[in-house]
Write a protein that binds this ligand. Structure first.
Ligand code: NCD
Length: 306
């Protein structure tokens, strides 16, 4: 059984498949506790250091911690903190680790979570590092697939939209490459999957790069839609060219497999039409619920409670 106590969760690449499967199995154990509550993490404190906007990730970590009897503190923006006075990340981490047993960090810079982990004596969980990675989202995405479709092996999985700047699809592609899946990487040319991710992933699984969603929707078991990451474009004229590239509608979904699921890390802009919400394919709000359970598992594992 892999040990997680005190471990940093910075990159999904640090987690071999048995570790991932163990986290997903632990999430199954947590599921009833999400309703019933638990005192498993009583006395433990989680600090959330969010240097970038977030709704789901921060609130679901806080909810997960609270449901396990622990407490949460932190900041959701740098306004009002000493970061405004010029305090650097290393110092912020060295200070906040005195207030908590675990740090959850989101930062606009790639490598920031890794750096925080190096400076911190407490375990650090990466809640999004620039356009690079978002490992806990990938874990909850895998959990959603397993819960909704029974298994991950054997599936055709489409990642659609912004594969260049979208950190969730980077972590998810790395994770999925440890399973027996076929990946369809569907994006406009300028938003193609980051080269280093594509090269690594294609060593292990078949990964087809294409711009045509229409052509492949019939083949997919998982339709994973993403938002074009406007805030990460250096040139907004480039964004204008690709915004709205893909728009999934209920009408388009009539071509999909009967059991195909539609996922999205959220927030959505216009890539998933509202009429998809009432179809049986839509799982993105369910995904939010699985996110709490998965983060309960992670917190319990890293803090040594299970
Ligand atoms: C994502 C993120 O922050 O990378 N959101 C999330 O955590 N669920 C996706 C996005 O912002 O598009």
């Amino acid at each position: 059984m892999p040990s997680f106590t005190g471990r940093d969760i910075v990159s999904i690449r640090d987690l071999p498949r048995p570790d991932i499967d163990h986290i997903l199995d632990t999430a199954d154990v947590m599921e009833p506790l999400a309703k019933a509550g638990s005192e498993m993490l009583h006395g433990k404190i989680m600090a959330t250091l969010f240097f970038e906007p977030s709704t789901r990730t921060r609130l679901s970590f806080e909810s997960a911690m609270t449901r396990l009897g622990g407490t949460a503190l932190g900041f959701a923006e740098t306004k009002g903190t000493s970061v405004e006075k010029g305090e650097n990340l290393a110092d912020t981490v060295r200070v906040v680790e005195n207030y908590a047993d675990l740090l959850v960090v989101r930062h606009p810079l790639e490598g920031a979570a890794r750096m925080a982990a190096e400076f911190s004596k407490m375990p650090v969980i990466n809640a999004g590092s620039g356009a690079e990675e978002h490992p806990t989202q990938a874990l909850l995405d895998l959990y959603t697939i397993r819960k909704e479709l029974g298994a991950i092996d054997g599936l055709n999985i489409g990642l659609i939209g912004d594969l260049r700047f979208g950190r969730t699809v980077h972590s998810l592609a790395y994770a999925l490459s440890q399973y027996k899946v076929k990946l369809f990487l569907i994006s406009p040319e300028i938003l193609k999957m980051r080269k280093e991710v594509f090269e690594e992933v294609s060593k292990h699984v078949t990964a087809k790069e294409t711009a045509s969603f229409h052509e492949h929707i019939r083949e997919l078991d998982v339709v994973y839609m993403t938002r074009v990451q406007k805030e990460r474009f250096a040139d907004l004229a480039e964004y204008e060219k690709v915004k709205g590239s893909y728009r999934l509608t209920a009408e388009e979904l009539t071509k999909a497999k009967k059991n195909a699921i539609v996922m999205h890390p959220l927030p959505r802009v216009d890539e998933v039409a509202a009429d998809v919400d009432t179809t049986a394919h839509a799982k993105y709000f369910q995904q939010v619920q699985y996110g709490v359970v998965l983060r309960m598992a992670l917190l319990a594992l890293v803090l040594g409670a299970v």
